[in-house]
Design a protein around this ligand. Sequence first.
Ligand code: AMP
Length: 486
Amino acid sequence: MSSTSDLLPPASSETSGAAKTGFDALGLLPELLRAVADEGYTEPTPIQVKAIPPILQRRDVMGCAQTGTGKTAGFALPLLQFLAPQANTSLSPARHPVRVLVLTPTRELAAQVEESFRAYSKHLPLRSAVVFGGVDIGPQMKQLHAGVEILVATPGRLLDHLHQKSVNLSRVEFLVLDEADRMLDMGFIPDIKRILAALPAKRQNLLFSATFPEEVRRLAKDLLHAPVTVEVAPRNAPAELVSHQVHLVDLTRKRALLCHLIRSRDMRQVLVFVRMKRDANRLARQLKQDGIVAKEIHSDRTQVERMQALEEFKQGKVPVLVATDIAARGLDIEQLPFVINYELPHTPEDYVHRIGRTGRAGLPGEAISLVSPEEMKFLDDIERLLKRKLPRAAAADVKPESRHAQRGREAKRDHKPARHHAHAPRPQPAAAPSPPPSPSGFDYSKPYEPAPSQRPAQSEPLAAPRRGPHRPTAALLGGDPAKRHK
Ligand code: AMP
């Protein structure tokens, strides 16, 4: 079992120690500063402060950061700065060779990264494209033939393009491996090595990963030359943004507890994790039978289906998205208030990835885990990784809602447009003690957290209104499950 410190990159003799500063002080081009301002960013995130200067100095960078920290802009902005001098509006494909290649493990992340590049380069005549499997290759080929400076790709589809000679990577100057640990989990390392063979030897390499298992370190060692290591240091935040809660529950009672939590907490946007694709299908189906609108997202669904489910979820049309770890990887859902682990992941690092979906952009989020006696071992692993015991929901803490509250909720929902969900009252983080910082100071339980001045003003109370009177969950679920655990 690895500890948090094992997951961090080896201590670098050379870590970038840039002080907190505004975007202006990073030496970025006016076109990029304008794009950043258009996005509404006022201050760079910690990973941006740390990564942008060494990248601009043409150093290889090993970044320890998960999605949600603002790492995409951390590498996209300096790379765009390098591309800017040769940006042009020529129609000739020869004037638009692929110079930046970004590899990502999932289609969703690839799409999001390319979207970010497009947003940050909107004031420059640069072209970008995203290629991933599961969709027609024809339009991608057409786009590549026309020429693009920035290519974001998943490894399998990029290899298809290389075999079909629809892309030429001989002019790549900058390579980014995003979410390297997930690439490893998904078995992409051989594909990546094949792609590396098609690239010029002389190039700048950037590798980002939330965790650093041994194989990722080995890959980093082969790929990066004298890298600068950057990692997200915790901010001096008074409260944890993600609160964790564990419900000890028998396997057979999970479905009832999930429905109860969704209803009694009036959850309007919740990402529910299961381990296997078939479980995602089954649970989404069961939720629908229970009268809860839900969709599933996993790698067996077509890209169009996945994108559609995600879009409906983002818009608040579908309140529950049931996902597998792989499908949810890299999802950027603004202000996601709840993540529920219907099943615990078998690798504790996946817990970190899962909870990274909430508590983003400075707003609090809740990570709720339904843990059966069979899963206690995985809970132990997670707690060891996080170096803390996760708070158990006391049976009396979770209460079924009264009929009156239920009717009120339904009436309220009928009258509230879905778009308001983003502003729904958000849960107050439980008063759990802050975890001790890891030896490196990196706190895995805490995604990017802006300074208090950057947080949007809360126009509504944070705490969900209490409902009462209540019966304890134990009564609802037929006994106190805690007694059967451990
Ligand atoms: P990423 O970790 O790159 O997926 O970014 C997570 C989210 O943070 C995205 O929605 C970005 O648009 C947003 N973001 C990135 N940089 C900043 C910033 N400096 N200020 C505010 N939001 C940001």
